[in-house]
Design a protein around this ligand. Structure first.
Ligand code: TRH
Length: 313
């Protein structure tokens, strides 16, 4: 990659196709906004900007959002395609035609598996003479790491979660713990609700399959369920910071749960071939969690043979 001064202001083109759920747009928006906050100019080219209306209603200075089929003038300094989404062919041609082609990065999915260290940073030579460079986010120094905005942990430390919830009318009653449930459809949900109800609990449930599932039945006594509207990405962090226990899913909310510093259980994005269980094991292998917590993670992810263990005391 070119040797550039780190403080140089670069022009970044970030390409994103929304496949399903919120993570494609969520990861790309977070990266775009963070780059812009560090002084760079970002074009976010996205085929479905609808989630940004609630994720980032105010946009961000320095980020220009463009539709996928809008005409694009030539590339800037760095081109990122998220999750192998293949930028439009005409744009790729323009990348190769310039006197100083941009650096071309393929931002991959997050995984804690060992092979990520071997694949991170590898080039993939393309027919047009350019190379794509693989950027694998990850949990070790030999990966691309995790996105974290400057000052995030200090903001988290100064945050008053109960006051923030109360200001929104989502108050916890005295003595109630607050749990957040952001998950895919999950057959273990009734068992989780019963376990949460063993102590007074306010369960905050963002939109999605879990919200649809809890809406269908009265919660067990001891559990108050509050369905939430979509909130902006900064407020999604505030939600995570306000809870005592988190159930998160996918990629971005996993990372945000890590930065929240709150006990969490992760539901991996399920894949038909079952390889998602390896991803859960890989992440468990990087965290020294007590066996009952590991058992809960496995049961929540539907690992074959994993019986529901209840919530660790
Ligand atoms: O929505 P997800 O399940 O996205 C998934 C994963 O990224 C998965 O790895 C990928 O393969 C698949 O998409 C295509 O979960 P994730 O990654 O946590 O993304 C949710 C994003 O939505 C995150 O950026 C936070 C944001 N969000 C808000 O900003 N406000 C909200 O109210 C909610 C519910 C989410």
């Amino acid at each position: 990659m070119p040797d550039r001064h780190p403080e140089q202001r670069l022009r970044w083109d970030l390409f994103c196709r929304v496949i399903d759920n919120y993570g494609d747009a969520g990861v790309c928006w977070r990266l775009a906004a963070d780059l812009a906050a560090r002084g760079h100019a970002v074009r976010l080219v996205i085929d479905d900007a609808a989630p940004l209306a609630w994720m980032a209603p105010a946009g961000a200075p320095g980020v220009r959002v463009q539709a996928w089929d809008e005409p694009l003038h030539g590339p800037g300094d760095v081109v990122i395609e998220a999750f192998g989404c293949d930028p439009p062919p005409a744009f790729v041609q323009a990348m190769a035609a310039g006197a100083a082609p941009p650096v071309w990065i393929n931002l991959e999915y997050l995984s804690a598996e060992d092979w990520v260290e071997r694949s991170h940073g590898l080039p993939s030579p393309q027919a047009n003479g350019l190379s794509k460079w693989f950027l694998f986010p990850g949990f070790t120094p030999r990966t691309g790491g995790l996105l974290r905005e400057p000052g995030l942990l200090a903001r988290r430390a100064a945050f008053d979660g109960r006051a923030w919830l109360a200001a929104r009318g989502w108050d916890a009653a005295p003595g109630e713990r607050v749990a957040l449930l952001f998950s895919y459809a999950n057959p273990a949900l009734p068992a989780l609700l019963a376990a949460l109800a063993e102590a007074p609990t306010l369960l905050l449930v963002p939109p999605g399959p879990a919200q649809a599932a809890v809406a269908g039945a009265a919660p067990p006594p001891g559990l108050r369920v509050r369905p939430l509207p979509h909130v902006s990405q900064p407020d999604f962090d505030h939600l995570l910071w306000s809870a005592d226990l988190l159930f998160v899913r996918g990629e971005d909310s996993l990372v945000r749960a890590v930065w929240a510093g709150t006990p969490f259980v992760w539901q991996v994005y399920p894949q038909h071939d079952g390889v998602h269980h390896d991803k859960v094991e890989a992440l468990l292998g990087r965290m020294a969690l007590p066996p009952p917590v590991q058992a809960l993670w496995r049961a929540w992810n539907g690992r074959p043979g994993a019986a529901w263990p209840g919530l660790p005391g």
